[in-house]
Design a protein around this ligand. Structure first.
Ligand SMILES: C[S@@+](CC[C@H](N)C(=O)[O-])C[C@H]1O[C@@H](n2cnc3c(N)ncnc32)[C@H](O)[C@@H]1O
Length: 263
């Protein structure tokens, strides 16, 4: 007898509401949102600032409806390809890129990154630069050996993924597989930049609970090595006591890492 395909609804396609998720990025309104955002923006700034990673193509995996993770990178890469698994997230992202009515207002976040870069007043120019630099928004699935198929792209100088893999991969095996799949998108010597949470078993989007893979520093290091990467930098921070009572997520710390494709 042929195996029947599962009829369970796909949780991200069915239940992940981009406009509700984006509440995390309204600065000053979500303790865990603020904590993640400030940590990630600081370290993406350090990774992509002058003298840091740069190149022609950067692919962002699992962009969701978000652009914060690209604000520093768009100064260092000529072209960015954003991607996500769900149709609604890709549409929400296109809304901002095309300045459509109802698009999320990222300007407070953009201003903050401009401040890190030394000139808060250039925020409108940065928004335009990012809109010019993001050339495509593609479907992706990190569980596929070729996560962007059927699209075919040149090998990237950098693959970035922020808060995605621990949400998309619910087992260590899937996480290791996803890292191997992302490696195929990189040129030899290219860099993977990952941002995420440690020990996270879930996060909330409104009333919906999305399970996560609780990552440990040791398991992340081992998985990267096994997938063919050499870690060049790993920044971590424990969760602040002030956000512990926030019921939206249970991570115990955060990380940003840079790893090089070893060949
Ligand atoms: C917590 S959100 C992070 C989104 C964005 N990177 C950010 O930092 O705001 C997790 C994202 O993973 C995406 N995702 C879920 N399953 C995926 C898969 N199999 N392949 C790629 N992305 C996936 C979801 O659609 C969602 O946008």
């Amino acid at each position: 007898m042929a195996l029947q395909e599962s009829t369970a609804p796909d949780p991200y396609q069915t239940y992940f509401e981009p406009t509700v998720y984006l509440n995390y990025f309204k600065m000053g309104q979500s303790p865990v949102g603020d904590e993640c955002l400030y940590f990630l923006l600081k370290h993406y700034h350090a990774v992509f600032k002058s003298g840091g990673l740069k190149g022609k193509l950067l692919i962002d995996i699992g962009s969701g409806p978000s652009i914060y993770q690209l604000l520093s990178a768009c100064e260092a890469f000529e072209e960015i390809v954003a991607t996500d698994y769900t149709d609604k997230n890709r549409l929400e992202l296109e809304k901002w890129l095309k300045k459509m009515p109802g698009a999320f207002d990222w300007s407070p976040v953009v201003k903050y990154v401009c401040e890190l870069e030394g000139d808060r007043d250039k925020w409108a120019a940065k928004e335009e630069r990012l809109r010019r630099t993001v050339r495509q928004v593609l479907k992706c699935d990190v569980h596929k050996e070729q996560p962007l198929e059927p699209a075919v792209l040149p090998l990237a100088d950098c693959v970035l993924s922020s808060l995605c893999l621990e949400a998309a991969c619910l087992t260590e095996e899937a996480f290791r597989g996803a890292l191997r799949h992302l490696r195929t998108l990189l040129r030899p010597g290219g860099h993977l930049v990952l941002g995420g949470g440690f020990d996270s078993s879930f996060f909330m989007v409104g009333d919906r609970k999305f399970p996560c893979l609780p990552l440990k520093e040791k398991s992340v290091r081992e998985a990267l090595q096994e997938a063919g990467f050499v870690i060049e930098k790993l920044e971590t921070k424990a969760r602040a006591a002030e956000t512990l009572s926030d019921p939206d997520a249970d991570y115990t710390g955060m990380f940003v890492l840079v790893a090089k494709r070893s060949d």
